[in-house]
Design a protein around this ligand. Structure first.
Ligand code: SME
Length: 153
C-alpha cells in the first residue's frame, strides 16, 4: 500500500485541528503516517529538549534510542542544519545511528511551529534501500507545517 498524501492530510487535519499540545500532535502524526505506507518500518519524533539535544518522542515501531545530540546521526544533522535529510543508503551516511540493524534508508524532516521554533525532527526509517523520494519529503513537509503551526514550544 502506497501513501495517498491527500487523504493523509485530510485525516490529520480532521484529527488535529484546534490541538496545540506538541506531544499530542506528534503521537497522532506518528500513528497516522506509520500505518499509511508499507515502506515505513519506524516512524516517530525526536524533540528538542535542551540546546543541541534531542530526546525520543512519540513513535511507532521497535524501540528507538532515547537521546541524540545535534552532532550525531541523521536526526542530529537535520536538527543542526534545519534541512531535510534524505538518506538512500544509511551505511553511506557518516555517523548514522543504527537503532535497528534492519534499517536501510531514512527520511528526516525538521518540525517547526509557525513562529519558526524548531520543536524536533520527524524520522521515518525503511528496511528497503532508497525507499524515499523528494516528493515524500515535500508532501510530508507540507503536512508537518500545517499540523504543527500552532504547536506550543
Ligand atoms: N537512525 C537515526 C537514529 C534514530 S533511529 O533510527 C530510530 C539517526 O541516525 O539519527
Amino acid at each position: 500500500m502506497t501513501l495517498d498524501y491527500l487523504t493523509l492530510a485530510k485525516t490529520l487535519t480532521a484529527l488535529t485541528t484546534g490541538e496545540t499540545d506538541t506531544v499530542a500532535l506528534m503521537a497522532t502524526v506518528a500513528c497516522e503516517v506509520h500505518h499509511a505506507d508499507d515502506r515505513f518500518d519506524w516512524t516517530g519524533f525526536y524533540r528538542v529538549v535542551a540546546p543541541n539535544l534531542l530526546k525520543i518522542g512519540p513513535y511507532q515501531g521497535g524501540h528507538g534510542c532515547l537521546v541524540i545530540p545535534f552532532d550525531r546521526g541523521v536526526c542530529g544533522a537535520c536538527a543542526r542544519t534545519g534541512q531535510v535529510q534524505l538518506v538512500p543508503d544509511v551505511d553511506a551516511f557518516p555517523g548514522h545511528i543504527a537503532c535497528a540493524s534492519s534499517t536501510r534508508s531514512e527520511l528526516v524532516l525538521p518540525v517547526r511551529n509557525a513562529a519558526g521554533v524548531l520543536l524536533g525532527v520527524f524520522d521515518i526509517d525503511s528496511d528497503r534501500p532508497d525507499a524515499f523520494t523528494e516528493s515524500d519529503a515535500q508532501e510530508l513537509g507540507t503536512i508537518l507545517d500545517q499540523v504543527f503551526a500552532e504547536a506550543i514550544a
